[in-house]
Design a protein around this ligand. Structure first.
Ligand code: TXA
Ligand code: MG
Length: 318
C-alpha cells in the first residue's frame, strides 16, 4: 500500500483524485478503481494498474441525475423510467456521450456507461468533486472482483494513492448494464445486481445480449473472467466424488456436502441476495487454500440466480 493510506477520509480521497491519482472506492456492488473521468492521463493509469486492454471501456460514476446533462446528450424516455426506479443502485445505463467524456473511457464508442452507486461514502465523495469518476472493478484484469477493502489492498494496494474503506459490499456482484439496441429496444448487456425480473416489472419484456463491446476479439477476451487462479469446474455437486488423492473445494448454493475437503455454502436459506453477497469472497477464499481444484454448482435460472450463474460460467475453466 502506497504510504498505507487506507481509511474513511473523503477529503484524502478527493485530494488524490484532484491530483490525477487512483483511489479505491467502495460501492454496493464491488469496489472500484477510480480516477477523474475527464483526465485522460489519470484514466490511462487505471488501464495500466489493472493490466486491462484499452478496448474494454469504463463505467462513469456520478452522484446525481442532475449531472447527466454534462455527461450525455440525452436520456431516452424508455431508459429514464429505469433511472428513476433504480438509481442510485446496481444499474448502469449506456447513453449517448458528450465530447467531455474522453474516447479512452468509452473505448471509442459514442455511448458512455453511467452509474450512480448506492454507497453513502462514495456518494459523498462524488458530491465533493467537480468531475465524475471512471472506475472499473478494482481487480487485476480477469480476476475475481473485490467485495472488501482488504481484497483491493492485497492486489492493487501499491497502485492506489488512497483506499476508501466502506466495508463489505452489500450486493456483491457488478451492476446490470442496460441500453437501447439498433432497433431502439431495451437491451440488457450484462446481468448484474438488478434482476431481469426487476427491470421487466418497470418496462416490460427486454432483450438480452452478451455484451456491447466495440470489437469481436474484445468479446472473446472477456469470456474467461471473474476467474480464480485455480481451475474451477461446474458440476452437480450431489453426483460428484473427488478421487481419493484429490483435495477439492466446492461452492454450493444452500446445502453442505461431505465429500469435499472444503464445501462453502453461499446461502443456508437458499436466498439469491445472500448468495450474491457471498459469491466472490467465497471464490477468493477457496482460491487461497491448498486445493487441487474448485467445483461449483449452478443456481436456479431466475432472479439474481441468473447473474450468479453468469459469473460462475465465466469463472469456470474452459
Ligand atoms: O458494479 C459495477 O458495475 C462495478 C462498480 C465498480 O461500479 N464496475 C464494473 O466495471 O463492473 P468493469 O469495468 O469491471 O465492467 C464494466 C463493463 C465493461 O467490461 C464493458 O463490458 C461495459 O461495462 N461497458 C463500460 N462502458 C461501456 C460502453 N461505453 N459501451 C459498452 N459497454 C460498456
Ligand atoms: Mg470487472
Amino acid at each position: 500500500m502506497k504510504n498505507n493510506r487506507i481509511g474513511q477520509s473523503i477529503e484524502e480521497a478527493a485530494e488524490a483524485l484532484r491530483k490525477g491519482e487512483l483511489v479505491g472506492i467502495p460501492t454496493e456492488t464491488v469496489y472500484g478503481l477510480a480516477a477523474n473521468a475527464y483526465n485522460v492521463e489519470a484514466v490511462s493509469k487505471i488501464f495500466e494498474a489493472k493490466n486491462r486492454p484499452t478496448f474494454d471501456p469504463l463505467i462513469v460514476h456520478t452522484h446525481h441525475p442532475k449531472t447527466f446533462n454534462h455527461l450525455v446528450q440525452e436520456v431516452p424516455q424508455k431508459l429514464l423510467v429505469l433511472a428513476e426506479a433504480y438509481m442510485p443502485g446496481a444499474l448502469t445505463l449506456l447513453l449517448p456521450k458528450k465530447d467531455i467524456i474522453p474516447d479512452l473511457v468509452t473505448a471509442g464508442s459514442p455511448r458512455v456507461a453511467i452509474r450512480i452507486p448506492d454507497h453513502a461514502l462514495t456518494l459523498a465523495l462524488l458530491a465533493s468533486l467537480d468531475f465524475p469518476l471512471a472506475a472499473p472493478s478494482a481487480n487485476p484484469f480477469g480476476y475475481i472482483s473485490p467485495t472488501q477493502a482488504s481484497h483491493v489492498a492485497a492486489q492493487l494496494g501499491d497502485k492506489v494513492s488512497y483506499l476508501l474503506d466502506g466495508g463489505t459490499c452489500s450486493v456483491g456482484i457488478e451492476s446490470t448494464i442496460v441500453g437501447l439496441d439498433e432497433e431502439n429496444e431495451i437491451t440488457v448487456y450484462r446481468l448484474g445486481g438488478i434482476s431481469i425480473e426487476a427491470i421487466e416489472s418497470i418496462v416490460g419484456k427486454v432483450k438480452m445480449r452478451a455484451h456491447a463491446l466495440p470489437s469481436p476479439e474484445a468479446a472473446g477476451m472477456l469470456e474467461n473472467h471473474y476467474a480464480p487462479h485455480k481451475k474451477m469446474y461446474l458440476t452437480k455437486l450431489v453426483d460428484f466424488s473427488p478421487k481419493a488423492n484429490e483435495r477439492v473445494g466446492a461452492i454450493s448454493f444452500c446445502k453442505p456436502y461431505e465429500q469435499f475437503a472444503f464445501c462453502e455454502v453461499l446461502s443456508p436459506t437458499c436466498d439469491f441476495k445472500q448468495a450474491a453477497q457471498n459469491l466472490f469472497q467465497t471464490m477468493r477464499y477457496l482460491d487461497s487454500l491448498a486445493l487441487d481444484y474448485i467445483v461449483a454448482e449452478l443456481l436456479p435460472e431466475e432472479g439474481l440466480g441468473r447473474a450468479i450463474n453468469d459469473r460462475l460460467r465465466k469463472a469456470a475453466t474452459k
